[in-house]
Ligand binder design. Sequence first.
Ligand code: FAD
Length: 474
Amino acid sequence: MKRIAIVGGGISGLSAAFYLEKARASGVELEYTLFESGQRLGGSMYSDRVEGCLVEAGPDSFLTEKPWALTLCKELGNADQLIGSNDAQRKTYIVVNGRLVVMPDGLMFMVPTKILPTALSPLFSWSTKIRMARELLHPPRPMDADETVAELVERHFGAEVVDRLADPLLSGVYGGDAAKLSARAVLPRFVEMEEKYGSLSRAMLAAHKKMSQAAKQPARPLFTSLKDGMQQLVDAILDRLDPESIRMRSHVRRIYPEDGGWRVSVEMNGDERFDAVILATPGNVAGMLLDGVDRGLARNLLDITYSSSVTVTLGYYMDQLKKLPPGFGFLVPRSEGTRMLACTFVHNKFPHRAPEGKGILRCFLGGARDEGVLALTDDEILEEVHRELRDIVQLEARPMFARVYRWRGAMAQYESGHIARVQRIEKRVSEIPGLALAGNAYHGIGVPDCIRSGMEAANAVASVSVESLSTQQG
Ligand SMILES: Cc1cc2nc3c(=O)[nH]c(=O)nc-3n(C[C@H](O)[C@H](O)[C@H](O)COP(=O)(O)OP(=O)(O)OC[C@H]3O[C@@H](n4cnc5c(N)ncnc54)[C@H](O)[C@@H]3O)c2cc1C
């Protein structure tokens, strides 16, 4: 019987456990043990109920176009629990000089594809608009060396688009800094488009045309979530796992190879032998655990940096939010000098998350440029948030409830050179028998990519293609 250890009980480790359980239930001879240092499973995925409102402490949804989360929900029998974002209300604002300016129609991620709305938008100065028009003539360019997102976007559209779009959009996804994040790792489609078409606007238009011709069915929502929140995914996985195979409050201190297998050393709990190990921790933790196994590998893992974030959820009565405009929320460029990076109007994005007559705002702080926010008390954070909401959306009212969640070192930063670093890591890991890595440090930070990483790690250590096995109750 092959014994497999999984270190880390976030969505990556839980997905690995689910797919190993699936293999076991299909007759593959294996058993697994999941070690989680905390008192709760799910890592940064956690939902709460406050005053009838659904509060997401970490991820609130996932991108519909990436299939792995949807597939997992279906395999778990949760297809009827999936909900889409209310895209009829999908309007996003950017704060410019303290006021909300709506993102113009036709802006795809940060690339303009419609002339008139872009030309009329107060979001950009005339010099940027002229630059956007000239971008249509941008010649194709092979990207030999990695460059940052800021460099790529500035080359095409100028510095204002970096400040008002690229940076705030990436702060929202990675808690990251456009001047450090790798274009190849974070915007691979843009790099391919530039190589093929030159102009990103022309490439986006061509891709959009192709998609609308191919898609006969109505457009799918941009984001998908679960009726009772992302926690439902964690709970559904746990329902499928053998409770005996889960060890809570088990902090893995070290792993080291021994007699063709691995010894896993758990703080205050001794050592245990396994045939294979999946490290589903942040990359820098994997680096520390592997330091005694392979220095070079550990060094590359430790070089993956992380940023921290804070989410603040505020519940209001709807009549307190009368001045709030329609839409999904707003993003704040760094040049505005606020602490808040973004704010989601949750009751518009996922209306059923707030009961009739109530509304929810979810604010994001922190990121690569503001680790300092973690040092503030909850009251200090709430004061800053109230002050900034008052300035930006004239919201004077105090909420009926407030919740602050801190996520220290939760967001991997795919900085310049990331792809080459991950290739070095994966090459070395493939040479070490019985070792696999999963998590948000390598091929995508979003929930679907984490689920895929867990599935692929399960494939690697079980030596079977777990996704092709039929799903059975364990
Ligand atoms: C605030 C926030 C909002 C987000 N929003 C979205 C979103 O809307 N959509 C989206 O797709 N993605 C979103 N993300 C990203 C996504 O949620 C994360 O990338 C993903 O959940 C990470 O999962 P993970 O299992 O790889 O890591 P984690 O969730 O960090 O889990 C790692 C686990 O390993 C455990 N661990 C660490 N060291 C040890 C050890 N030595 N021994 C034992 N256990 C250990 C930790 O306690 C933790 O439970 C968001 C992230 C954050 C923080």
